[in-house]
Design a protein around this ligand. Structure first.
Ligand SMILES: [Zn+2]
Length: 328
């Protein structure tokens, strides 16, 4: 479903945009930031999905206050954190940021690229994690973007020089999100904080303009790799389903941002959700499907490495981390 410009503008204005995960930093700050702490602690984890290797790449972690969560209730949050064995600190909720690399017989595809290091000192480790996993930046042939928020496109371009950091990669992104990000009328209607986020997104993807392929959900981007519609967080937000042999994983992007609370309370939204009602509807549908199918999932804001299973728990859901894969 297309999200109207007016609808987006209203939601964006209602959201506490100044607190947004990716919109508190000006592009100039990102461009001038010194390298973050994260590159000293690169982290990756491999596993196999049939014949396809999937590698989780840690970008880092950021802390955000409960004011960014819509529907928040203190007693429910405390109970959810207790059930999930997570820390509960409403003033500084930990949100991890992951990317994934996919190695097939003849392709090397990355799914999102983490944050620019200037967003926070604890972010920006994606490239170091990629290198630690033994992948050179120029081996990446495709970047698949679940959406274009700054914490997903940050590794694509050197903010100082404006040159592509994945020089051989073509970009596959949602047609709706690309159009949205580069629409000057939408940009002009946005609060300053959102414009700052859009500035970062534009700068990170612009060097790839000539090599991009824009798709609609449902497209197969490589054998066994199918995009899945998950609208709401952004108009064109997509997941990527990987099927090989008898195994599957659904990388669901930003289906949920705060796993400590949102599995138990899937109706709670996040400040950056473009259309909160659509995001909640998508979340309900995908969580229900994942639990019913027993399918492995992964996500950009699930605690690293993010591979696991959704289970029904009370009125909501719980998350069980996947066991170590001894095949790798
Ligand atoms: Zn995100």
């Amino acid at each position: 479903m297309a999200v109207s410009r007016r609808m987006f503008a209203r939601n964006a204005l209602l959201a506490p945009a100044v607190l947004a995960l990716s919109a508190t930093t000006r592009f100039e700050d990102v461009a001038h930031a010194e390298s973050s702490e994260m590159p000293d602690t690169p982290r990756f984890q491999r596993r196999m999905i049939g014949e396809i290797e999937v590698i989780a790449l840690m970008d880092g972690m950021i802390e955000r206050p409960k004011e960014m969560i819509s529907g928040y209730d203190e007693a429910k949050a405390a109970a959810a954190a207790r059930l999930a064995h997570k820390p509960h600190d409403p003033a500084a909720i930990r949100i991890g940021i992951n990317g994934y690399a996919i190695r097939t017989a003849d392709r090397l595809i990355v799914v999102d690229t983490g944050s620019p290091s200037g967003l926070a000192p604890t972010l920006g480790g994606w490239h170091a994690s990629l290198a630690a996993a033994g992948i050179a930046a120029d081996q990446v042939d495709t970047v698949f973007l679940t959406h274009l928020h700054p914490d997903h496109v940050g590794g694509m371009t050197d903010p100082k020089s404006g040159t592509a950091r994945l020089p051989k990669a073509e970009v596959i992104a949602s047609e709706a999100d690309w159009r949205f990000t580069f629409d000057d009328a939408i940009y002009a209607s946005m609060p300053k904080a959102v414009q700052q986020g859009l500035d970062i997104s534009r700068a990170m993807v612009t060097p790839y303009t000539a090599s991009k392929t824009l798709v609609v959900p449902g497209a197969e981007i490589a054998p066994g790799l199918t995009t899945v519609a998950m609208p709401g967080h952004t108009p064109g937000h997509m997941g990527l389903r990987i099927d090989s042999g008898r195994e599957s994983v659904l990388i669901w992007g930003d289906l949920l941002i705060v796993p400590a609370y949102q599995f138990a309370n899937p109706d709670w939204g996040f400040a950056l959700d473009t259309d909160k009602a659509a995001a909640a509807k998508t979340r309900a549908k995908v969580l229900d499907m994942s639990a019913a199918d027993g399918m492995m999932v992964a996500g950009m804001h699930l605690d690293f490495p993010g591979f696991g299973y959704v289970e029904r728990a009370g009125q909501g859901y719980g998350f069980v981390a996947a066991p170590w894969d001894y095949r790798v």
